[in-house]
Ligand binder design. Sequence first.
Ligand code: FAD
Length: 458
Amino acid sequence: MAVVNMIPLFVCMARNNFVGHAVEVGFDIWNLFHRWIGRVVVLESVAHMLAWTVNKVDQAGWEGLNEALRISHFYQVGLMAEIALILIAFLSTSPLRHANYEFFLSMHQLLVAFFVAGVWWHLYIDMLPQMVYCNVAIAIWVADRVFRILRILRNNIRWRRKGLLSNVAEVAPLKGGDAVRFSVELSTPFKYRPGTHAYLYVPRIGWWQSHPFSIAWTSAEESKQAVGATQMPDKHHEPQKTTTPKKTTMHFIISKHDGFTRALYDAAQSAAATADPEKLENGCVLKVLGLVEGPYGGHHSLDSFGTVVLVAGGVGITHCLGYVRHLLHGYNEGTVATQRVKLVWVIRKSEHIHWVSDWLEEILRMPLCRRVLEVDIYITRPSTTISGDEWAGHGGLVNVHVGRPEFEIVLEKVVRRRIGAMAVTVCGGGAVSDSVRAATLKFVDQATIDFSEESFTW
Ligand SMILES: Cc1cc2nc3c(=O)[nH]c(=O)nc-3n(C[C@H](O)[C@H](O)[C@H](O)COP(=O)(O)OP(=O)(O)OC[C@H]3O[C@@H](n4cnc5c(N)ncnc54)[C@H](O)[C@@H]3O)c2cc1C
């Protein structure tokens, strides 16, 4: 059973999970399954080993057991796989996993290699019939890696007369600190779906590391007939309909933590300190080789809900903005059921508004925005250098508040004025998600509400 269960175990960890794609379930759920199936595999394989041990000791005593382990490759590699599996289980516990994710990941991959090699050899020596399941699991792992490499090549490598060229990412530290904007032009145009994320590789900063980030915004440079258009067509600007995007740029907002993100932030800051302000393009100070793998996810569509509430905590805004733009565009085109969109963004510092202010402005300029959208920004620790006053010009579409939101009050107002079924989605730290979930629960008897969360971690 342990060997058979290696198949779903490996399916669940694949970034290119075609089953997940078909049933429209995101990677974080599969990751949860991966962890639980992993625990089942550990229990099954420990039971297998204990059953054999008890039997052996019963038949030949402890000397017999020692002898078997000393002379038999079959048992030695089985024991190697068992030890690797137990270590994997121990290292995967949440505190250890989050303490140093990169260390966990490297050790996990190394131990998995020992585990799979041990199992395969164990089965191969006696040509056991379970071999086929092990081979299928290995094939799933190989296929995922191949697809990942193909995605990287498709997104990042282009062939020109000069030879092979790869993407150069532009990194700009953002006003107010704590984050950078990372923009990278893809070699192949792609169709954006809200809620998608991609893995970024910046070898100069993080060697082989790849980190997931939500695609906060996309822009596309159209063919010569239409200039400077955004990727989503707009019925009030007809030329966009007839053109195909030639270049797509993905934009990410990366907030700093302690590892890769801090190193990237520090590199952008030190480049900014020495840069000549007159030569800066779009505020970009650092150009680095930046590879994008993806997009992944984006299975959760909000198109069929009459009322949509999106709550973002801090950098969680990257998950929400794409939905807002998509729903507004859909409203204009008549392709979504959504009539009301409420965006609630909770930030610590006033300056964090600058992370996405230009994109927010672009959204607020979209046709019929006033009919559909309402934005509430809550600043929990406002500074004196910036206030929300600059947003007052948007005719009451953006309300800036000081302090934490009372989500129950916010939701109550939306529930009262709702049209059709409601979707509430939250992307933020644990506290914001918990409060929104608890507040949503209070209204499930009064309205049809679909609740979803994105936690930015797994
Ligand atoms: C689907 C998704 C979308 C995300 N979108 C954004 C975004 O738009 N902007 C943003 O700033 N952050 C986003 N994140 C979070 C971002 O991936 C992590 O903050 C980043 O990987 C931390 O890197 P670090 O080395 O600085 O982390 P560390 O300081 O070492 O750790 C900080 C936290 O990040 C987790 N983490 C570290 N590396 C990874 C990894 N490779 N994969 C998953 N988790 C990791 C750790 O477990 C820990 O909880 C997203 C995460 C996910 C899963």
